[in-house]
Write a protein that binds this ligand. Structure first.
Ligand SMILES: CC(C)(COP(=O)(O)OP(=O)(O)OC[C@H]1O[C@@H](n2cnc3c(N)ncnc32)[C@H](O)[C@@H]1OP(=O)(O)O)[C@@H](O)C(=O)NCCC(=O)NCCS
Length: 257
């Protein structure tokens, strides 16, 4: 029995997700190796891989589309599902999105299980990209006025990004719950840059290329200046928050689209 075949047999005993990961690796290793009978093995691994992917990823992860009257439809069409689950490697994730052509959602990357993406409503063509690295996290977005281009990245388990109603985001907006790589205190060995939730209130306008980072809270009616880096919890509504690090630069404002 080859080394790869042994690994496969062992992982079958191990369980679903581990099996998929191993199959993925073995499939690409075999494909790369010119000494193998590529065509034959390629076909076998491909069939096995797709079957397993369908059994675990496509059956445990759910996509719902909600029409303008609030009726929720479970997506079962394989081609449609592929658009949303192609880059999902965990189980029991739920994606709930409005049933409209106004949403341009780049295939979500979800590396983990039990996560939720819930986007309520959209008024104008909106571009969203989502990455989730961890388990049991949530991206909850209210009724969207317009997002020109936003990248949500959730790092960590049990983390949340919450965006209220009627927000407007410019292009190049980055909203992250973490730094993607850990940093440790040399003396204690403790992690110093823990992942944290990001909360954005209602009717918030975020300028182009702004980054809203771990721990940030932006209250209702605020404006975030272009290229700002927001890391603090702000409490005062109707302010302009700008700069790096972002600070309140104006108070008692109101903005219009
Ligand atoms: C935040 C913003 C709305 C503020 O506009 P404003 O009320 O006219 O503010 P001002 O130009 O009077 O600036 C006030 C102070 O804040 C500073 N400031 C303004 N915007 C800033 C920003 N994005 N980053 C850092 N500092 C900023 C100014 O330099 C000025 O500092 P000073 O008092 O030391 O001179 C504007 O600067 C901005 O960033 N707009 C985003 C536009 C955008 O992205 N549009 C996309 C369309 S959706």
């Amino acid at each position: 029995m080859s080394k790869n075949a042994k690994t496969l047999v062992n992982t079958v005993r191990g369980g679903g997700r581990a099996l998929i990961n191993t199959l993925f690796r073995v499939y690409y290793e075999e494909k790369k190796n010119p000494r193998n009978n590529v065509v034959k093995k390629y076909k076998v691994y491909r069939i096995l891989f797709l079957k397993l992917k369908f059994n675990t990823v496509y059956s445990t992860n759910k996509v719902f589309k909600v029409d303008k009257d609030g009726n929720k439809r479970l997506v079962t069409n394989k081609k449609e599902l592929f658009k949303y689950l192609n880059k999902v490697s965990g189980e029991n994730n739920t994606i709930i999105i409005p049933d409209t052509d106004l949403l341009n959602l780049t295939v979500p990357h979800i590396f983990g299980s039990n996560n939720i993406i819930n986007i309520s409503k959209i008024e104008k063509l909106t571009n969203i990209c989502v990455e989730i690295y961890g388990n049991s996290s949530q991206l909850l977005v209210g009724s969207i006025k317009f997002f020109a281009g936003v990248h949500f990245r959730i790092n960590g388990n049990d983390k949340k990004i919450i965006v209220g109603d009627d927000c407007m985001f410019s292009s190049g907006v980055e909203i992250w719950t973490g730094d993607a790589h850990p940093i440790y205190d040399l003396a204690t060995g403790e992690r110093i840059n823990n992942d944290q939730d990001v909360i954005i209130g209602n009717y918030v306008w975020i300028g182009r290329n702004a980054s809203i980072h771990k721990g940030a809270v932006i209250p209702d009616g605020c404006v975030v200046g272009a290229n700002s880096f927001v890391t603090h919890k702000f409490e005062e509504p109707n302010t302009i928050i700008a700069g790096t690090p972002a600070k309140v630069i104006k108070r008692n404002i109101r903005w219009e689209r």
